[in-house]
Unconditional design. Structure first.
Length: 251
């Protein structure tokens, strides 16, 4: 009964529309946004120094809340996955379970890992993943999730094709430019930087071909890059239109 009640409070299920569920959901949403604001303003030296203790205490409070939430979701996993033989592991290794874990992990890592403080600071970037916890409280995230799930096969094929194009472009450009520009095209992995920048039509201009063959091939790759970028965009757009059509038919 206690586990079921916890599930009804913490889960954003249309059936769980009680006052406790609403208060819990809104409290977490506000806390998540405040955490994102704290990360942003905490990067400003003047603000961080002036409100140093506020940021420290707020982080302790947030970690306590998010840790308790994570434990409660683990506890309520059997109610969320009643047909699963391993409901706890199913939640822990689910997408949102991993996000919930990474939201609190940067705080606890220094207690278990004796590493360079500069390395540990990198893990603090994971605090920004707390914004993904909002996916539970926004229908737009669920809409995007359905689109990606329905179009995953087409997207996988597109990504595979993109990787092949990057590999082919970097390989050909390496053999065309290495003899003339060995410092800019020293090997195929390094040349992938040029291939990615060209195929995505970014074109930073820090690395560019100077040989006739290299320029001809670079022009071809630039043109192909326009279509390459349009492919996943078109697939996702079609998926969104399909979801909107299905929703309209239901209504």
């Amino acid at each position: 009964m206690i586990r079921q009640r916890i599930y009804e409070i913490i889960e954003t299920d249309p059936k769980n529309d009680g006052i406790a569920n609403s208060v819990f959901s809104w409290f977490l949403m506000v806390l998540i946004w405040l955490n994102i604001a704290a990360v942003i303003f905490g990067s400003i030296n003047e603000v961080r120094e002036r409100f140093y203790y506020f940021f420290i205490y707020f982080e302790f409070f947030s970690i306590a809340v998010f840790t308790l939430e994570y434990l409660l979701r683990v506890m309520a996993a059997p109610c969320k996955y009643p047909s699963s033989k391993v409901p706890y592991f199913r939640y822990i290794f689910s997408f949102m379970g991993i996000i919930d874990l990474f939201a609190i992990l940067p705080f606890f890592l220094p207690f278990f890992i004796n590493a360079d403080l500069r390395v540990l600071r990198v893990f603090r970037v994971f605090r920004l993943l707390r914004i993904l916890k909002l996916a539970r409280y926004n229908n737009a995230f669920e809409f995007i999730n359905r689109v990606l799930k329905n179009q995953k096969e087409k997207l996988v094929i597109t990504i595979f094709f993109m990787l092949m194009m990057i590999l082919m472009a970097s390989s050909v450009m390496y053999f065309a430019e290495n003899a003339v520009q060995p410092e800019k095209f020293p090997n195929i992995p390094a040349t992938m930087w040029w291939a990615i920048a060209t195929l995505t039509t970014v074109g930073y201009g820090d690395v560019y071909p100077v040989t006739i063959l290299g320029r001809i091939f670079g022009a071809v790759i630039s043109v192909l890059g326009i279509g390459l970028i349009a492919m996943p965009s078109g697939i996702i757009s079609m998926g969104m239109l399909e979801e909107v059509r299905k929703k309209s038919e239901i209504l």
